[in-house]
Design a binder for this molecule. Structure first.
Ligand code: ZN
Length: 270
């Protein structure tokens, strides 16, 4: 069979986010009920990998994403479901160290006494950058910020990207708290990690109930749920998202493994 190359969608599509996994927390990840590879961003021709959890190398190669084209790997926090494949993805990005390039961004405690990145790989990178609250960073054509430290058992930052004429927020693992409202205001797209269905006082994780509240407060054009805990998964995230859309009047989507969100959808919803 001869494929007509001109009609094929490029991989990854321009100005898109590819979900390499949607599993959050221990049981979903250890049983791989869904995948857990993080997110691959292609923004203004700059490719970035965020939170390469277990299986990222498998998910990315299976989806024909080329690690050597990455300009950076960004880690929001050191927990294993976000960081397990950091080393292999740095090796893949730098072609086994033969083509040193790219940056690695991470909170200081991911690089401290028990670093997530092996020391022998560090020389393959252009830079290792420590994330701090309230700072701005540039990679290729993309700028991003880490507006606030989240409430989570390890040092954790959410990300706000400004690219392709849009502002996108990734609200990674956190307990719900008031500061989130200001930190992620004005984002047109918010991606929220929802491990829980209902708030649990003893866990520093966002629940669906709190995500609904936050979505109403932030009023994005689109909200995407991901990083599901077991109970969220059992509640069928796509049904939860549909219910939240009805309740909030804001378009809420449930990510699924391999989903590609193209930023042009934000214009369609404008
Ligand atoms: Zn975590």
């Amino acid at each position: 069979m001869i494929l007509n190359m001109t009609t094929q969608t490029p991989v990854p599509p321009p100005n898109s986010i590819t979900f390499l996994g949607t599993a959050g927390a221990r049981f979903m990840v250890s049983k791989q009920l869904t995948a857990s590879g993080g997110m691959w961003l292609n923004l203004d021709d700059t490719q970035l990998l965020v939170d390469p959890g277990p299986g990222c190398i498998v998910q990315s190669t299976k989806r024909k994403l080329h690690a050597e084209r990455l300009s950076a790997i960004i880690l929001t926090h050191r927990h294993l479901d976000h960081s397990a494949d950091v080393n292999i993805m740095v090796e893949a990005m730098t072609q086994g160290g033969f083509r040193p390039h790219g940056k690695f961004f991470a909170p200081s405690d991911a690089l401290g006494t028990e670093p997530v990145l092996y020391s022998y790989l560090r020389k393959s990178l252009d830079a290792i950058v420590v994330l701090e609250a309230g700072k701005n960073y540039t990679v290729g054509n993309v700028t991003f910020s880490t507006p606030i430290r989240h409430i989570h058992p390890v040092e954790t930052y959410g990300l706000v990207f400004t690219a392709a004429g849009h502002k996108l927020a990734y609200i990674t693992d956190t307990r719900y708290f008031d500061g989130l409202r200001q930190a992620y205001a004005t984002a047109e797209l918010v991606i929220i990690n929802v491990v829980l269905l209902e708030p649990k006082a003893e866990l520093d994780h966002m629940s669906i109930v709190e995500a609904a509240k936050l979505i109403v407060e932030l009023k994005p054009k689109v909200a995407i749920l991901t990083h599901y805990g077991m109970h969220v998964w059992q509640a069928r995230p796509w049904e939860v998202a549909e219910k939240l859309t009805q309740e909030t009047g804001i378009k809420v989507r449930a990510a699924h493994d391999g989903m590609k969100f193209e930023l042009s959808e934000l214009d369609a919803n404008g």
